[in-house]
Every structure is written in structure tokens, then in C-alpha cells.
Design a protein around this ligand. Sequence first.
Ligand code: UDP
Ligand code: UDP
Length: 465
Amino acid sequence: MSTCNELSQPHQPHVALLPSAGMGHLTPFLRLATKLIHHHCRVTLITTHPTVSLTESQFISRFLSAFPQVTQLQFHLLPLDPSTANSNDPFWLRFEAIHRSAHLLSPILTSLSPPLDAFIYDVSLISSVIPVIESLHISNYILFISSARMFSLFSHYPDFASKAIFGDALEVIPRLKPIPRSSIPPLLLIPDSLFAKIIKEDSPKLPKSNGVLINTFEGLESEALEAFSNRKLVIEGLPPVFAVGTFVPCEFEKGEWDEPLRWLNEQKDGSVVYVSFGSRTAMSRDQLREVGHGLLKSGCRFLWVVKDKQVDKEDEEGLDEVVGHELIEKMKEKGLVVKKWVDQGELLGHRAVGGFVSHCGWNSVTEAAWHGVPILAWPQGGDQKINAEVVEMSGVAKAGFLSGFPGIESVLGPKLPQFEFLNHFNEENQKRYAELDDKFKSSPLLKEYLEKTKLNKEKFENFDC
Ligand code: UDP
Ligand code: UDP
């Protein structure tokens, strides 16, 4: 699957793609689809309805208008079920509904003409898609939407998780710089969270796929890629891993969001710090205000994208209400604060942007790497700490940033007094970990877990979170 040319004899290969919910999942799929089209593949895009966010549906429309040759198939899901998903998070609810509806894919895929040569689907759907695909005898590839380093953890799950929970994560993945327990996605430390359950089911099924595509490249992740390509990571039956990145922001993504660009045009080269935490990380209002004060204290010029709600349709209140009128007025002297979708792919390429304070969603990391913009990593949750480690190890973070922006350092934790918000984050983070550990201790699965992993209970009870 490294190129479509391999598949292009004797006919135009037909590839179907199935993304999962959220821009962090949809964006890499649409960028991969664009690559496939440019490699003369016939592309079918399977979309779920309605999308969780407005931006997803806008992106799909824009993509389909740019490529009228693409066939769109609507995949109608079973109703959402908060009790099964064990979560109120709208994106997780949708993940779970797609998972549960996967058997309905069979008629969709068999109806396709010409028949499919390959099916590429989101990593979160492995265990439900594999049985469908196996019966149809179609080659199937997983698009892993995070880093290769995160994939090393994913592919070693649940062995890795069972040890990580007890603080022994260090040596579980051979030949890779150890992943500390504190970097593991918090929800993976709770065995009955949906995230942990999905990975526990999906990871052992990896050998049933024909390959794993990762939006990464040698320069960014040489260590992990080398380990995968030389089969040094000892996982029986692991299919080939293809580094197919970096996915470049595409023409169709460009929208009507030109205010930040106009403002950047007036700024000096490399003088602006771009601050954004992705498409679905909503911060508390206290924390947002700390970020605002921190930015003012840093003395840098900044472009800050504020997000107050996880889903854009609900993000209705204005900046004055969310950040506070007085602070917003002060900030106008030094920067631009917006509370709407921006064209990040383009902004990061602007000559005025010299640094990026990022939550380290993997798409953001690869976009910054593509444009050569140094990152100040401020991971919030999920896979973001692991991605932040990649940022640090690859050097995407440090060079240039220190010299360009005195007072800001590339850090993976709360270290700098002038960034009060980092300290604030630390408190919240500690609290979150403590809550997660409490939840874990009361989990009915704990007993089974302890027995299975043969880890001693005393160690768990003395465990220091
Ligand atoms: N993004 C954007 N404008 C915004 C917010 C996000 O273009 O205002 C894009 C960003 O460029 C990236 C994606 O949305 O491609 C977010 O994915 P990422 O993996 O960085 O983080 P997530 O949103 O999944 O946490
Ligand atoms: N979440 C949840 N229950 C679960 C899994 C996730 O409520 O079983 C929520 C979690 O609280 C968080 C969101 O899903 O707000 C995203 O989780 P995470 O950051 O770990 O996932 P990712 O961003 O990697 O998809």
C-alpha cells in the first residue's frame, strides 16, 4: 500500500475509506484520500450522519465539491447509547455507535462497483470491522491517526497497560525510549473505560489487517519507524507498518477564515506565537484566563484560538463572556484572540508565525513539522503526552524557539514561573490523575486484572499516583 502504483495494474484501484468521529480523525482521512486521488485511485468515502461537529460536515462538503469524482456513501448508524459507551462525551458516543453498527457495512461494501481493492478504516474500529472484511475477502488497512510512538504502545497493549498501571512501564516496549507512566493516556489506566476496552479488543486483532498506515516520516520518528521496519519490535504477526506522512494540508480545506491571516500579514517575520489546543479540547474558564494572563506576561505577540466547548455547535458565547472583557481589551495590544475555526494548515505556514503552543494532537504536530514551526508542547490528555515526547525527541520543539522567544522554553511539564497557567494545569492534572486512580481502585475489573497480570496487591496499594 506504499503507493497506489502497485495496485494500478491492470485497472484503476478502488479504495474505500471509513473515518471515525472528530476533526482529528476526519482530517487525516481526507488528506490521505487526496493523496490517493492524485495517485489515480478511485476513491469512495463512507461518511456517518449526522456528524458530531459542524466543521466535520463542512469539511466533507468541501472535499466532495473539490473532488466530484469521489463516491460518497452514507453509513446510517444505530442510535447512540450512552449506557453502552459509559460516557457522555459526544465523540466517544459516536465512536461506540460506529463500532456497534459495523455489521451494517457489509451490504454497503458489497454494493460497490467496481469491487473494492482495499478498505482503509480508522484505528478505533478494528475489532468490529475485521469480521465484516474477512467474510468479504477485501484487503484492509488501518489508518493509525496518531504517532508511531503511540502505535508502539497500542500494539503492545494490554501487556503494556497492565504493567504501566503499576508503574513498571519502562521496559515493556523493547528498543524504544521508555514511555513513562505519566505519559500514558489517563483513560488507559482505567481498565473499564471505553478507550481501554476498545484498545484491549483491537490490539490483538492487528495481525488480521494487511497493513497499518501512519501519518509520520523518518525525520520525525526515526526511532520508532526503524524499530518497526526492521521488525525489532517483537509482536508476533504484526502487519507491515507504512509511514505515509506527512499529510499536507490541502487546497479544499481553505475556507472563509481570513481575519487571522489579515492580522498576520501586518506582523513581522517569525514574531508571533500561535496558540491552539485543537478541535475538541475545551478548557475551563479559569484555565483560559490563566492562559490569557500567561500570554500577556510572556511579552510575545500571539494569535490565540479559544475553545470553550468541546463541540463547535455549542460554542456560542462571545470572548468577553468566556475570557473576560478587561483581559480581552488588554490582550488586543499584543495579539489577536479569536473564538472560531481557523485555517491552521495555512496559518502555520505564514511567515509571521514563529512558534506554536500546542496540545500536541498528532495532526497539529505533523502540520507544524511540515511548516518547520517549533512547538511548545502543552499536552492535555489522550495520546498527547506521548506525541509531546516525539516533539521533544525529534527536535521539532527546541531549535529556534528559545532564541526567538526569550522567556518561553520548550517544556513538557509545568516549569516556568512566568507561565502561571502551566502551574494551574499541573494542579488540575494531579487532580485528574487522582480521580482516575480512585475510579480504577473501585473498578470491578480490578480483581480479575490483578490475577491476570500476577501483580502483587501490596504494590498496588502502595502505589503513588
Ligand atoms: N484545526 C484547524 N482549525 C482550528 C482547530 C483545529 O484547522 O481552529 C485543525 C488542525 O489543523 C488539525 C485538526 O484540526 O488538523 C485537529 O487535530 P489534532 O490531531 O491536532 O487535535 P484534536 O483536535 O484531534 O485534539
Ligand atoms: N472519554 C470518556 N470515556 C471513555 C473514553 C473517553 O468519557 O471511556 C472522554 C474523556 O473524558 C475525554 C474524551 O473522551 O474528554 C477524549 O479522551 P482522550 O483525550 O483520552 O481521547 P482522544 O483525544 O485520544 O480521542
